[in-house]
Design a protein around this ligand. Sequence first.
Ligand code: UDP
Length: 394
Amino acid sequence: MADRVPRMLFLMSDTGGGHRAAAEAICLALPDSFQSQAMLIDFLAEGSRPPFDQIGRLYRPTVDYAPLLWAALFRFTSSAMGLRASLALLERVSGPGIARILRNHRADLVISVHPLTNHIPAQILHRIVPEVPLVTVVTDLATAHPLWFCPDVDHCLVPSIEAQRRALRAGIPAAKVRVAGLPISPAFTGLAKKRDHLRQALGLSPDRYAILIVGGGEGMGHLDRFAAALDNCGLPIQLVIVAGRNERLQARLTKQTWNVPTIVYGFVHNMPELMTACDAIITKAGPGTVSEALAAGLPILFSGYIPGQEEGNVAYVIEGEAGAMAPTPELAVARLRAWLAESPQTLLTLSENARRLAHPRAAKEIAQILLNIQNRTGAPPQGFTARRLFPKGS
Ligand code: UDP
């Protein structure tokens, strides 16, 4: 039997941009031959019954315009009863689809980078192909939802001590849990020395502080109000605004007239370059953006956070003295004014603190852990043989 490169299947969903970014970061850190075999599947879009296949599209408006509803949902589904109810619903709407995905793709190793792809895939894999390991890679920095933690997965890689505590409290055996950092693109390492070149290439002025304004992959968090306040505050700044997949916001901001030099982007694929070139970031507390900003040494001003899952990210950065909370445009301007007025050392100290909190090599370490697991398990000679994952008529 000729050697074949084992297939890794990443289960995720585009609820926000962080899950895909984490999976892609791990993929990029794998050897080329593994990358070409790896698969990334949005289980909600590709494997859930209507209308649940639309959840990815509904995520941003729900979180942006009904944060209290989201907070209530997060709290309820975190309780024992809510957790049972969520899993029962998930099994109904996504179970057969996830089974189909697992059957069709015949992976040798399954990696979950989403809170909703742990319990159900674990049940299915254990029933049908127990030799195929399931690894959870938690992509919430601290206050991770209990749905992330399924005692039946083979390994659970967490980004922080707080997340580790939660995993253990949820009943995952200690031997399965490992603190590995939150995976960010390997492109974030080694860019600092190209900073001047990057600033020039991006068309940034050398004489003004560059402030990056981001709202996750979906352009959440009313970026327009923060941008308008900064535009009118009289500080020696320039703005780089990333509207992500929020096309309406991008169109509106592009048409706007600005007092200070301003660049507006939609969804970008060069976040490492943008972060390296800028001097500070205003963002919601998305774990991906926070981890990347820390690696790029960017002081962080938090415009807000998604209730529940992002709360711990704010505390992580503030306790590490790498940023501050500024939930209104006025507070953001006041805090930035204070940072810039204090002394040139202030931004530098914040930047050094940020780098100290960062785990820029997390994706590489996680990739190595996955390769070790794969080596120990060994790829089955033909990939696993498909059997019925769900009984007839399910
Ligand atoms: N991102 C990107 N391009 C964009 C906007 C965002 O690549 O135009 C990436 C960003 O770098 C980060 C992820 O999307 O890796 C956002 O993840 P985060 O956890 O911060 O927030 P989410 O979108 O999941 O709420």
